[in-house]
Design a protein around this ligand. Structure first.
Ligand code: AMP
Length: 491
């Protein structure tokens, strides 16, 4: 079973929303999308509202390419939402570009979604049975149409609550209903969303780095199951805890790989978490070597924590850059064929001979997925004259796909899906290989295991997914129960 079987492409994106006092929202949204560019490079878009009508622009590619001269000026109004969409192999498709916008009887709606529903097909069938036609196969349109129908009653809070009672899975959303911007995080808080204060208004964003870019202050994370409603003209915000669950399901991989190191997510600075994971890696599986080096850029914070812990323990080890990155080469991970991915790793990274030749090297990265990067890099280091190469990985082995929005490859492609660590060591041909334990991840994040989504490293998911096992008693919404309230609704 692949992630693709669920609901079309998985979506690991960046979302933002602002409400400002008088100033046009388009430019701050554009800058915020730049800050969230790492969360999605396939397309970018903005929807604004000036109190009378909705304006939108979406384009393919990076934020800088998706908007041309004059596009921002055409987006009028002091409130709006934005989206940067994550690319998945073979899914470059303008029909999926967001924000998704729709006009309906009682107004207009724009939606930016990060995450992935796990019951899209059921909800879609239910809506289709009532005569509605869909224009895309994405889950965001399902949320948009359900919400639009619930909004016919006119009460936004009630409408959102009803939609939360029908959709199941991972969603961090910024939504614009006429000129009201809201933020919503799924009851398990799987993907991040935070709220910040600007000099002249408020901002909702996937990551706090976007708030920093706008010279704002991070106020806090949006709580799992919480709806945040920004008042018009940036005057303030109101919050509603619509659903409460006993356990969260924060994605640990946001901290390990996906988020920017300078963002604070669920109360922790990502850079410090990665350094902490690196320190734990030394404690669990440190090995003597002449030099510790990161895979740039993903392994850098891990390697600095690892080297620091090693030096604290009296190890005579140097922390050095041994691989130079060509920053003009795009992402290798999503290239469609193995051959291209291998070629791209070689284009992207080149060894610095003086740090490698004649040395025993510990190479540190955040994760191994298919094994392409580590296999190629180990070969490069050996060719550059390394005496021995040890690999240390700042996450547990990835054994199962992600259905919640991170493109992780299918089980067949995952090098750890059915091989032992010793098998992997043998395949990538290194002197030693160790991963971090799941307990070390939970401890460093300061969370209980039950409050994390660990699906990709345990094969047990916090959501009810067809053909997979779950690690908890999931609180599943009732399809077709349009008037039902969530089990833990807080009026
Ligand atoms: P692989 O080469 O397939 O083993 O992938 C591992 C490399 O890709 C590591 O350097 C990671 O930093 C990076 N990586 C891990 N997960 C992802 C992802 N979901 N998307 C893009 N890159 C990733």
């Amino acid at each position: 079973m692949t992630a693709g079987r669920l609901n079309g492409p998985t979506e690991k994106c960046g979302v933002v929303g602002v409400s400002l006092d008088g100033r046009d929202a388009a430019r701050p949204l554009y800058y915020a999308l730049y800050a969230l560019q790492h969360r999605g490079q396939e397309s970018a878009g903005i929807v604004t509202h000036d109190g009378f009508q909705q304006y939108d622009h979406v384009g393919m590619g990076l934020v800088g390419d998706a908007f041309g001269p004059g596009d921002l000026e055409d987006l009028r109004g002091s409130c709006g939402i934005g989206h940067a969409r994550y690319p998945t192999a073979g899914s470059v498709d303008s029909a999926c570009a967001q924000p998704f916008s729709v006009s309906f009887k009682s107004g207009s709606l724009g939606l930016s979604h990060n995450g992935n529903l796990v019951n899209t097909d059921e909800v879609r069938a239910d809506i289709e049975a009532q005569g509605h036609a869909f224009t895309s196969d994405g889950d965001t349109e399902v949320i948009a149409h359900d919400l639009a129908r619930n909004l016919l009653d006119g009460d936004l809070i009630r409408a959102v609550r009803r939609t939360m009672n029908r959709v199941h899975g991972s969603y961090a959303l910024t939504i614009m209903h006429d000129d009201t911007v809201v933020g919503l995080r799924d009851p398990e808080g799987n993907r991040p969303l935070c709220i910040g204060e600007l000099e002249d208004g408020y901002v909702l964003a996937s990551e706090s780095a976007a708030i920093d870019t706008l010279d704002g202050d991070l106020l806090r994370d949006v709580r799992p199951g919480e709806l945040v409603v920004l008042e018009p003209d940036g005057q303030g915000f109101e919050t509603y805890q619509l659903v409460e669950r006993e356990n969260t399901a924060h994605c640990f991989f946001e901290h390990v790989y996906f988020a920017r190191p300078d963002s604070v997510i669920d109360g922790s600075l990502v850079y410090e978490v990665r350094r902490g994971l690196g320190r734990k890696l030394w404690e669990e599986s440190g090995i003597d070597s002449d030099v510790v080096m990161p895979v740039p850029d993903s392994g850098r914070a891990f390697a600095s924590g690892y080297a620091e812990a090693a030096q604290d323990d009296g190890a005579d080890v140097e922390f050095a850059e041994g691989l130079m990155k060509n920053r003009y080469v795009g992402r290798t991970f999503i290239m469609p064929t193995q051959d291209e991915r291998e070629r791209a790793v070689r284009l992207k990274l080149n060894p610095i001979r003086s740090t490698v030749e004649g040395k025993t090297v510990t190479l540190i990265d955040d994760s191994i997925v298919r094994g392409t990067t580590s296999t190629q890099l180990v070969e490069l280091l050996q060719e550059a004259g390394a005496k021995a190469v040890h690999v240390r990985i700042g996450a547990p082995p990835i054994v199962a796909p992600c259905y919640m929005g991170i493109n992780m490859a299918s089980r067949e492609e995952l090098i750890a899906a059915d091989g032992s660590v010793e098998d992997i060591r043998d395949t990538i041909d290194v002197d030693s290989l160790s991963y971090l334990s799941i307990d070390a991840v939970a401890e460093t994040l300061g969370e209980h295991r039950q409050d994390l989504c660990l699906g990709c490293v345990t094969g047990e998911y916090p959501y009810d997914i067809e053909g997979e096992t779950t690690d908890r008693e999931v609180n599943r919404p009732v399809i077709g129960d349009r008037d039902g309230e969530p089990a833990h609704a807080d009026d």
